[in-house]
Design a protein around this ligand. Structure first.
Ligand SMILES: *Cc1c(COP(=O)(O)O)cnc(C)c1O
Length: 388
């Protein structure tokens, strides 16, 4: 991003940036929407003479660049990078930050695939990791080792909606000389901006709220400083797990409505959390917007609102939880989250099956909802009927 862009981005509001940052009308045609530049290579004016600055679409593609500049603006970062999936982004980050023998502190509640990437892939390459409860900054500090290079945090976390005080853990990271990585997938930059709170890198699965329509898989990294952004861009090109032009375009289209979608997700989820809290068949509700949530105050401090994800435990144990998942009709049984349509799932047997037997194992009677933006009365009726 040029400094000129950065200056303008600093004065515009989120909703405006979501629609305009990185997206000038097309210079050649005036098209208001960034075109899908479905192309692999670009004509050169003489050997090494690049016309529009583009050479080959793994290195950079104009549609992806538009998304990357948009992502940087939305997170208030210096550099945004778009990948083929959230896990591709995480893999690029790991291999940029870490060498064999380095250590990472990972949270005790996280996306199952993130845990699997550390435990089953990075470990084979000599990366060490240990688990800490990141909602307790002292526990994170106690987990540090001489070669701790990164602290990894997910807040709100998946699937238990745990809240980490980003500014407090950023302080732990700073004193340890480690980088703070925040997976901001559940909140989206509309609700929470980790770089402003001291994080070094933000990770997204753009598959979720950013895309918002369950029609694309993608990932992103956004950095607070230019130097790390350059290192990541080098690795993105060298390893190649880029977002393609059409996927980049879909994510950009989703982002334009992120703010209005998130507002509705939050309103609907708060209503669902209330309903579940009062339901006799529900033993515990996990939603950071509830006063009873242990992270409520921190969430209120660092988030604009509390998000669209709600988890709960069902009286009657695992079989009863599975039954609820099978009985809803409007809440579609499926993995993933963050789309306009409501989804329900059983983390223990679905998204978090890979964490079974580890410190990240989730309760068997847990159900996770991604509350969509349908009419709230229809959602309430569907859940009431499924709970019986
Ligand atoms: C889905 C998800 C990921 C992984 O993203 P993919 O796009 O599926 O590779 C990472 N973190 C969180 C919090 C997620 O929900």
């Amino acid at each position: 991003m040029s400094d000129q862009h950065a200056d303008r981005n600093a004065v515009q509001h989120f909703e405006t940036l979501a629609i305009h940052a990185g997206q000038e009308p097309d210079a050649a045609t005036g098209a208001v929407v960034t075109p899908i530049h479905q192309v692999s290579t670009f004509k050169q004016d003489g050997v090494g003479g690049l016309r529009g600055g583009y050479e080959y679409s793994r290195s950079a593609n104009p549609t992806r660049t538009a998304l990357e500049e948009n992502l940087a603006a939305l997170e208030g970062g210096r550099r945004g990078l778009a990948f083929a999936s959230g896990l591709a982004a995480e893999d690029c980050l790991l291999r940029t930050l870490l060498t064999p023998g380095d250590h990472v502190v990972i949270p005790n509640d996280a996306y199952g695939g993130t845990f699997r990437l550390f435990a089953k892939v990075a470990e084979r390459w000599g990366v060490e990791w240990s688990v800490a409860d990141s909602s307790d900054p002292a526990a994170v500090r106690a987990a540090l080792r001489p070669r701790t290079k990164a602290i990894w945090v997910e807040t709100p976390s998946n699937p238990l909606l745990g809240i980490t005080d980003i500014a407090a853990v950023a302080e732990v990271a700073r004193t340890a000389g480690a980088r703070l990585v925040v997976d901001n997938t559940f909140a989206s930059p509309y609700l929470q901006q980790p770089l402003a709170l001291g994080a070094d890198v933000v990770v997204h699965s753009t598959t979720k709220y950013m895309g918002g329509h369950s029609d694309v898989v993608g990932g992103a990294l956004i950095t607070a400083d230019t130097a790390l952004g350059e290192e990541l861009a080098f690795h993105q090109n060298a390893m190649g797990a880029i977002a393609g032009p059409f996927d980049s375009w879909l994510v950009m289209r989703g982002i334009k409505t992120l703010a209005v979608r998130m507002d509705r997700h939050c309103v609907n989820a708060a209503r669902i959390a209330e309903l579940l809290s009062a339901h006799p068949k529900v033993t515990r509700v996990y939603y950071p917007g509830l006063d009873s949530h242990p992270g409520h105050e921190v969430a209120a401090k660092q988030m604009r609102d509390f998000g669209g994800m709600v988890s709960f435990q069902v009286a009657g144990g695992e079989e009863a939880a599975v039954e609820v998942c099978n009985r809803t009709e409007l809440f579609t049984l499926g993995e993933s989250l963050g789309g306009v349509e409501s989804l329900i799932e059983h983390p223990g047997r679905m998204t978090h099956a890979s964490a079974a037997g580890s410190a990240l194992e989730v309760p068997g009677d847990l159900v996770r909802l991604s509350v969509g933006i349908e009419a709230i009365d229809d959602l309430v009726e569907d859940l009431n009927r499924a709970l019986g």
